[in-house]
Design a binder for this molecule. Structure first.
Ligand code: SAM
Length: 278
């Protein structure tokens, strides 16, 4: 397949790229899956009309203000409201009821991107009467995405997919309870974000937060090497209270992590929902 042909990038240029992004900007991409790094760099070169990674490196060195734009392109922010609806059905039916008598529900949504998943979570919590007890930390490294997320406004062309996903997860609830059209935008009820804090946080290098009843991190680990996946999953396990829930993406796995084998029990293996034991 054409899109699987990786761009031909000189190893020395790639090494310089890792050095610059790490030492100047504090982002260590060395443990990101190599194929994904090459693919993203190829796309960025094309988009900015740069002949090679050497030229990109020059631009990163000379134009500090270019970095946030670069970072937003480099990290893939694809997301949806109730992405993979069956996973959210499983969360609603099998995981969230565990918190019906918990007085405080602290949730970490890591890799929140433009916020659609955090809205999905807020909608489920609201429908189950759990929202007033919830405190949600929604984090990402992409500052541009983090500026979009709190607005809870998306291009109207997404409505069809978002509404279809919504209806699969909550067939008896009208979509209009939470979202409406305004001009060419789909706007979500701002009340859904009243207990959400959006924060910049790097899973690779920043200290993890702690004492969470639930951590959701979907479609982020897939971009990391197995070693980095292992490190991040260990951080998640540590950050969960006993009995706490971890949800990862349906295309991801805990296979690489021995700690997960010891400490996590499956709630729904197919939908990648786990519970910390002890
Ligand atoms: C494909 S999106 C997934 C969004 C959402 N979780 C979903 O599944 O729909 C991956 C997100 O992970 C973020 N990300 C990548 N590396 C990260 C890191 N080291 N720390 C925190 N977030 C990261 C990206 O910026 C991007 O927003």
């Amino acid at each position: 397949m054409i899109e699987d042909v990786l761009p031909d990038i000189a190893e020395s240029d790639l090494e310089a790229f890792f050095q610059i992004t790490h030492t100047i900007y504090g982002y260590d991409f060395r443990d990101y899956a190599r194929a994904s790094v090459l693919r993203r760099l190829g796309t960025i070169l094309k988009k900015y009309g740069l002949p090679d990674v050497k030229a990109l490196n020059q631009r990163l060195l000379k134009q500090k203000e270019f970095f946030e734009t670069f970072l937003s392109e480099f990290t893939i922010g694809t997301t949806e409201l109730f992405r993979d609806p069956s996973a959210w059905v499983a969360l609603r039916k099998q995981a969230l009821p565990l918190f019906l008598s918990t007085s405080q529900i602290r949730i970490w949504h890591a890799g929140t991107s433009t916020g659609e998943e955090v809205l999905s979570l807020a909608i489920l919590l609201t429908e189950m009467g759990l929202y007033p007890r919830a405190q949600i930390f929604a984090t990402d490294i992409d500052q541009k995405a983090l500026q979009t997320a709190p607005k809870a406004r998306y291009p109207l062309r997404y409505k069809r997919t978002y509404q279809e996903n919504f209806q699969q997860v909550l067939p008896d609830v009208p979509f209009s309870r939470y979202a409406y059209e305004e001009g060419n935008e789909l706007v979500f009820d701002p009340q859904l974000l009243r207990n959400v804090r959006f924060l910049r946080h790097n899973l690779v290098s920043d200290e993890p937060f702690s004492r969470f009843e639930m951590i959701l991190c979907r479609n982020v680990l897939i971009y990391f090497t197995p070693e980095l996946q292992d490190r991040v999953i260990r951080k998640f396990i540590q950050a969960l209270v006993p009995g706490g829930i971890l949800m990862i993406g349906t295309k991801e796995s805990l296979f690489w992590c021995k700690e997960a084998e010891k400490k996590l029990a499956s709630v729904n293996n197919l939908e990648r929902i786990y519970r910390r034991q002890g």
